[in-house]
Design a protein around this ligand. Structure first.
Ligand code: C2E
Ligand code: MG
Ligand code: MG
Ligand code: MG
Length: 288
């Protein structure tokens, strides 16, 4: 029994407080209905190639529009979905929806899809991706799958097999949030990945903390030397962007360039960008 705010209440410390347990059960119940009642949506954060900042694609980011709670961020419900098993259905929806959107964009743009390691433990995911590619007539090279570095490490043999099956489709694999968890540069070598996404915590400190900058530099340099692409996550100012350019990081995303956009805005940007490129080409032709 604990006293808080002048009131007594019973708390169970086994698996969080009673309040937390009830709250979790309520959310779990709502989550089970979220897919079928159309409450999930994807936002898309633009990805830009360096140094010229040309749009190369978008990362799909899941949002839950809860009827009472409003927009629930992924950090508040993905771990729960993983615990209660709802991630399988949610993950399948994300794959199909992201591919459906990407098919509406110019063909030089790709979509990057976050996949939970739990999804990769079942054999369904490679088939779901293959189905989505066929259904939406999308070139496999326009899809990238993001798995966190930590996620790749747990049950790694199983995950490696699933990732190999995905890669065999012609879909690229990115190691997300690189640098958090039990990081090792050996992972870059041991996992067959096409890209490393350097975690926001290093990028965000790279303009003020020399050690963080050194990590970003080392990862970008090593990755480049073994032919793995890099994306810097969470760039918020020009100084951080300048560092990434200096270190030869290939791609960037972050609030400095754009926040995640809803599907309609992302599609507008995708087309505006293509038209902009066409206009630039014309200017060049005129100047030639
Ligand atoms: P993530 O894959 O590392 O995604 C990048 C996160 O960083 C996004 O948060 C994005 O909004 C945020 N971000 C991007 N640029 C900046 C910046 O400049 N500053 C700051 N402060 N943040 C920035 P979000 O959308 O809240 O997603 C959080 C995490 O949830 C994702 O991290 C990913 O691990 C997970 N997630 C999102 N969508 C899905 C999904 O469809 N499936 C699964 N399994 N996980 C997802
Ligand atoms: Mg990601
Ligand atoms: Mg990330
Ligand atoms: Mg992250």
């Amino acid at each position: 029994i604990a006293k808080r705010n002048g009131r007594f209440r019973v708390e169970f410390y086994s698996d969080g407080t009673l309040e937390e347990t009830v709250e979790r059960k309520l959310l779990e119940h709502d989550l089970a209905l979220a897919v079928e009642s159309g409450q999930l949506e994807l936002d898309y954060q633009p990805l830009y190639a360096l140094p010229d900042r040309t749009l190369t694609g978008f990362e799909a980011l899941l949002r839950w529009r809860h009827p009472v709670r409003g927009r629930v961020p992924p950090s508040a419900f993905i771990p729960l979905a993983e615990q209660c098993g709802a991630i399988a259905e949610i993950g399948a929806w994300v794959i199909d929806e992201a591919c459906r959107q990407a098919a509406l964009w110019p063909a030089n743009l790709y979509v990057s899809i976050n996949v939970s390691p739990l999804q990769l433990r079942s054999d369904d995911t490679p088939r779901q991706i293959a189905d989505a590619i066929a259904r939406h007539r999308l070139a496999p090279g326009r899809i990238e799958i993001e798995v966190t570095e930590t996620g790749m490490l747990e049950n790694s043999a199983r995950i490696a097999t699933a990732l190999a099956a995905v890669r065999a489709l012609g879909v690229r694999i990115a190691m997300d949030d690189f640098g958090t968890g039990y990081s090792s540069l050996v992972h870059i070598r041991d996992f067959a990945v096409d890209r490393i996404k350097i975690d926001r915590s290093f990028i965000g400190a790279s303009d003020t903390d020399p050690n963080s900058a050194a990590v970003v530099c080392a990862v970008a340099t090593l990755a480049r030397s073994i032919g793995v692409a890099t994306t810097g996550e969470g760039v918020e100012n020009e100084a951080q962007l300048a560092k990434l350019i200096e270190y030869g990081c290939g791609t960037v995303q972050g609030f400095l360039l754009s926040r995640p956009l809803d599907a309609m805005r992302a599609t507008e940007l995708a087309h505006a960008h293509r038209d902009g490129q066409a206009a630039r080409l014309t200017d060049q032709e005129i100047n030639d």
